[in-house]
Design a binder for this molecule. Sequence first.
Ligand code: 8YV
Length: 330
Amino acid sequence: MKKHLVLYKKLSPELMTRLHEHTDLTLIEDLGPAGLKTLRQALPKAQGLLGASLRLDAELLDLAPRLEAVASVSVGVDNYDIDYLTRRGILLSNTPDVLTETTADTGFALILATARRVVELANMVRAGQWHRNIGPLHFGSDVHGKTLGIIGMGRIGEALAQRGHAGFGMPVIYHSNSPKPAVEQRFNARYRSLEQLLQEADFICLTLPLTAQTQGLIGPREFALMRPQSIFINISRGKVVDEAALIQALQQQRIRAAGLDVFEREPLDHHSPLLQLPNVVATPHIGSATHETREAMARCAVDNLLAALAGERPANLVNEEAWQSRRARA
Ligand code: 8YV
């Protein structure tokens, strides 16, 4: 008997075929009001859920009494009430590793675009305003040789460190929950307290998950520690930053510029003050958004989900306790 899957993210034909072969499928193609209504109506029969970019909290999941597994097409799991899922023995999986390099590429794209004013100056050319050789008014900042500060030394932080160290000759300093001797050896990286990093780094890059501990981590006090020539990069989650404090730091020129792929609320409001500032490069959460990587993520999520529905431990299990409690009940 095939188990019932509620899929709230359209996948490639190859993966859709695979899911149809192994599950009874309800597909929610969009997460607007109509799609959310269909999703709620489908939850009572759902044994599996697969998708991304939807907050799955207790209120919603109480509608799914048969649920066994949730497979997220993401590495971040801040959209999930993990304690609730674990209490119910529901296996949550995610898609780390496959998106690491692509997301680090996005981080470096923002470092280069922001430091060298690529968007601002490309728009100047497009607007027909390039009338003479550019001068100091249009100069950017060097990236090579500058100090790269990474807050959150996980997979993506390490990949960013590799790019800075090996690709751009950048001294790497980092802050994380604990020192990482292997990273220090590979990239000649140096551990710093958060305060020290903010005062020392030329590029300050956030690559840490959104948790109760990291929410609002970078606020007015932290921006006040940064140097006027420092550039702030966020490829983690918008809510790690006090966005009002970031806007004020930029408006008061307490930092040089910002490259942002994530925001407190997404999509970013068109009227946001961030979009009025020429020294802000804002991208629409494209961290992992390449054809190759998103297909790899979806494939990873399908593998995780089918394993869980077959009673096996998913390769990328987030809540180990749920697995242990399921095995204890077996
Ligand atoms: C996408 C991400 O937002 O993986 C994450 O945590 O933030 C990005 O890759 C996510 O994959 C939704 O498609």
